[in-house]
Design a protein around this ligand. Sequence first.
Ligand code: FES
Ligand code: FE2
Length: 388
Amino acid sequence: MKDPVHVIQQIAGAFEQHPSDEFSLIENGAIAGQYLARFWQPVALARDLKPGSAKRIKILGGYHTLYRAEDGEFKLVQDRCPHRGTSLAYGWVEGSSIRCRYHGWKFSGDGQGEDFPAETATYARSICLKTYPAREYLGVIFGYFGAGEPPEFLRFPELEDESAGELLSVATVLPYNYFQRVENDIDEVHVHFTHGEFAGSFGISDIPLIAATETDYGLVNVATRPDGSKLFTHAFMPNVMLREVVTQQDRSQLTVHAAWRVPIDDTSTLSLFIDRVANPDKSMHEKLKTMIDPNELAAKIMSCEMTLDDVDELHPLLPVIQDTVCMAGQGVVADRKAENLGRSDRAIGLLRRLWLRELRALRAEEPLKNWRRTTEEKLQMVELANAA
Ligand code: FES
Ligand SMILES: [Fe+2]
């Protein structure tokens, strides 16, 4: 069967032009890739990797081997074995070391050559793997791929509060450029159209006015509706968002939702979210395992074999399918030259200006803004009109 990601990319690619911006392409040393590498990025869900197993991952345009030592700790190392270059992900995990499947070279978790069975011990000690900092947070594995020491890890007290419900984390591959997804995170108006059935369910049936302000961590997008209620979306530079979304199984409730949009390469994106769900649907993990692949449905819609209205409204990732059709519909890499922005795109305009400012500083080797949360308080996400 054809990979639906490729099917969508083929269809979407018909509209592709050379991008006119500096932030969408990340491969081959592009400045946006260099910038993203200066931040911790999620690479996988911890539950997908049992102790003693390894996985080949692609992130920021490059392959790496992620493995889980037998004691449960995660290790991130260069993908290709220094001997003759096969992927270490196909090898064996031994304790906290990894042994290559091809000729058995073994490296410790900190990259030191340990045992090369057909070679001398001296030769083994002379060769090392490149390793990357890795850590687990709320069931997600993060890696740092930049030069030097990693920055302070970005934590979310909004998600850490165990009394507020259960965690639900989901990782999906999106068949288009990551920046389209980053921009969509602060596009409040699309909710009324792309996800129309969710918009009316929490008293947010009116189209809002948008205001956006730069903050210590990125920007806050404030969507004010005619009754005076406000929804706040927090965009953490460079590619993380935090807001509340309508709960899938109970549309009268909101769920805390944090999402990372990381380029796998120029044309596909790892989208990974962590929710803290107040009233979790106990069968959600089972539903996620047995659901029809969201990309398979999006591919059929984009090939005009079905429409979005034909998708089961109980599909656990219905919003992802709806977003994929709209964002892959912009082209695999959107051409922003042909756009006409309006007042509803103010937050997107601000986001692009922040990115351009930082990329220009990076290129000129000038100081970059140290994006960080300056408070440990939870950030405000909703202000209802009748709450005052
Ligand atoms: S390629 Fe890994 S041991 Fe030979
Ligand atoms: Fe959306």
